[in-house]
Ligand binder design. Structure first.
Ligand code: NAD
Ligand code: UDP
Length: 328
């Protein structure tokens, strides 16, 4: 594997939430770059199976740990990637307190670890800090439009607080921290029942069930294949930049078009069923990626068709082997 990160010198990384979707891909890429990995996870929304293929690697260690309690890692660490948090709206709506706790106390502990170890720190922030955006596409200088009292507030505000905390640790405690604002990412190892649009549509199309499109499906997202997102995150980690930097694809698509595309790729006869739109569901979302392109020389390169094809094939075989998949 190669990465856009030209000077990759990290010897040992801690990945919080490393058994989740993005975290497990990060662990895999880090090991491929010769970086040892300590993966911390309490399996709230992730599963050990996501990193089972890494456990024979002598550079990999998996520890069950709730990072809102305490984090202790012995030995040197020069990179902390803080990715622990429920990320799917369905997950953070059923886990509101855990989401607020991991975004606040969990971020505090992760920053404390980076401070103690004098490690580079990467905060996994999100396009959700822009809320239901009044600026389109979203640039990093945009402050956002978030309803703190709405159901999504538990996630959005936890991430906004985490950004403020990270900025304070950088300014006051000398932590070499960077904020990455990740936009909708998809790929293998998403849970089929995690409620996000792409895994839901693929699962439904494969089962020949109605594909549930919220509202009239005219709302947009810009979806990025996981390998592209991970490369952007690692390039940013290696850059020394403080961020925030948007990492995502500018390939904007309506949710209805996304549902039809997946149905057609699965070759299913499944009908589209319109369902109620969630409260405060953002109407549009698209990153301005100028900063990532100029700073890192990075942009997403996987086409929507390629990325969806790989993801559909992964779901096809994972669903055929149902017992490997947890239900939450
Ligand atoms: P995920 O739910 O698959 O992974 C999150 C992981 O964090 C899980 O393995 C979960 O068990 C773990 N976790 C949660 N609380 C924990 C705690 N208290 N202690 C230890 N581990 C804990 O979600 P994901 O899609 O992989 O997202 C990972 C990170 O990236 C999140 O911080 C999310 O906000 C961010 N992000 C993801 C996306 C995306 O499109 N996937 C977009 C923007 C931001
Ligand atoms: N969505 C949908 N049907 C589903 C799941 C999601 O139409 O079964 C919609 C959802 O309302 C939103 C979009 O798809 O408008 C993206 O939702 P997702 O949960 O994937 O991501 P997020 O809202 O966090 O961007």
């Amino acid at each position: 594997m190669t990465t856009h990160a030209t000077s990759w010198n990290f010897r040992r990384a801690v990945v919080t939430g490393g058994a989740g979707f993005l975290g497990s891909h990060l662990c895999e890429w880090l090991l491929s770059l010769g970086t040892q990995v300590v993966c911390l996870d309490n399996f709230l929304t992730g599963i050990p199976a996501n990193v089972a293929h890494l456990t024979d690697d002598p550079g990999f260690r998996l520890a069950r740990c709730d990072i809102t309690d305490f984090i202790h890692v012995s030995g040197e660490v020069d990179l902390v990637l803080h990715f622990a948090s429920p990320a799917s709206p369905a997950d953070y709506l059923r886990l509101p307190i855990q989401t607020l706790k991991v975004g606040s106390t969990g971020t505090l502990h992760s920053l404390g670890l980076a401070r103690e170890k004098k490690a580079r720190f990467v905060l996994a922030s999100t396009s959700e800090v822009y809320g239901d955006p009044l600026e389109h596409p979203q640039r990093e200088v945009y402050w956002g439009n978030v309803n703190p009292l709405g159901p999504r507030g538990v996630y959005d505000e936890a991430k906004r607080y985490a950004e403020a905390l990270t900025t304070a640790y950088r300014a006051n405690c000398g932590v070499d921290a960077v904020i990455v604002r990740i936009f909708n990412t998809y790929g293998p190892r998403m849970r089929p029942d995690d409620g996000r649009a792409i895994p839901t549509f693929i699962r439904q199309a494969l089962a020949g069930e109605p594909i549930t499109v919220a509202g009239d499906g005219s709302q947009t997202r810009s979806v990025c294949y996981v390998d592209d997102t991970v490369q952007g995150i690692l390039a940013l980690a290696a850059s020394g930049h403080p961020g925030p930097v948007n990492i995502g694809s500018p390939d904007e698509i309506t949710i209805l078009h996304l549902a039809e595309t997946i149905r057609d790729m699965v070759d299913a006869q499944a009908p589209i069923r319109l369902i109620n739109r969630p409260v405060d569901d953002p109407s549009v979302r698209k990153p301005d990626t100028t900063l990532a392109e100029t700073l890192l020389g990075w942009k997403a390169t996987t086409s929507r068709e390629q990325g969806l094809h790989k993801t559909i094939e992964w779901f096809r075989s994972a669903l055929a082997d149902q017992e490997d998949l947890p239900s939450f």
